[in-house]
Design a protein around this ligand. Structure first.
Ligand code: 13P
Length: 255
């Protein structure tokens, strides 16, 4: 049974004071018992990670610490980059990689994302591997070509066990931050194709184990419908994760 994973990607929002307040407020709203239904990870900006880690550890909250990005090298002359070793030392469990904003704004290629997946797993953390199509690609009927192509290239060289252990986030780019959510049927269709692609490339056991999230304008009001779909095992949440009340509702799967 795949336990849902709800991940809050704060992107470049919340300074470390705001981060502490948000997590403390969330802790009032979503206690340990409520985490029976879903795992929850929080992905603040790098400058907040230590502060959020301290709150999670000292109050023994059940949330997993996440990061939004990292470099694939362990150390060296990479001004401005952050090593997976540093994240692991901070207790980070999940690292987002290949987000469409990193791909489109910062030029991350499938090849770079592939190296990141390997580096994140080599340091004992779980990649949240993102894929998704643009509106033009969807309208041209190229959704699966784009998404499955990203998966084959990004995960090439991974063993079935490694693929089984990761999280894939399907995020249609046209649904990110736009208020337009893919219908649950559309999202399910692509997530089912993702699982079939994993089965074809890495075997049925990996396909049954891998967790597939949907991302793109997820809210408290639409999570229940999305999570009810057989191939959607959670959500990668942007805007709605910044507000503790709204994110709490999502963590409780809309109930
Ligand atoms: P929104 O939930 O704001 O649409 O963002 C989705 C996303 O990109 C999460 O990584």
């Amino acid at each position: 049974m795949r336990k849902p994973l709800i991940s809050g990607n704060w992107k470049m929002n919340h300074n470390h004071f705001e981060a502490i307040q948000t997590v403390q407020k969330l802790a009032y709203l979503v206690g340990k018992d409520e985490l029976e239904a879903a795992d929850v990870s929080i992905h603040p900006p790098f400058t907040d990670i230590r502060s959020v880690q301290t709150v999670i550890d000292s109050d023994k909250l059940g949330y997993a610490l996440g990061a939004q990005h990292c470099h694939y090298e362990e150390k060296g002359a990479f001004t401005g980059e952050v090593s997976p070793v540093f994240l692991q030392k901070l207790g980070v469990q999940y690292v987002i990689c290949g987000h469409s904003e990193r791909r489109e704004i910062f030029g991350e290629t499938d090849e770079i994302v592939n190296k990141k997946v390997a580096a994140i797993q080599a340091h004992g953390m779980t990649p949240i591997f993102c894929c998704g199509e643009t509106l033009e690609e969807r309208e041209a009927g190229d959704t699966e070509t784009k998404v499955l192509g990203q998966i084959r290239a990004g995960l090439e060289g991974r063993t079935p066990e490694q693929v089984a252990a990761l999280v894939i986030a399907y995020e249609p780019i046209w649904a990110i931050g736009t208020g337009r959510t893919a219908t649950s049927d559309d999202a399910q269709q692509v997530c089912a194709a993702v699982r079939a692609c994993v089965a074809e490339g890495w075997g049925n056991d990996a396909a049954q184990a891998v967790r597939i999230q949907y991302g793109g304008s997820v809210k408290g009001s639409n999570i229940a419908e999305l999570i009810a779909m057989p191939d959607i095992d959670g959500a990668l949440v942007g805007g709605a994760s910044l507000d503790a009340d709204e994110f709490a509702r999502i963590c409780k799967l809309g109930v």
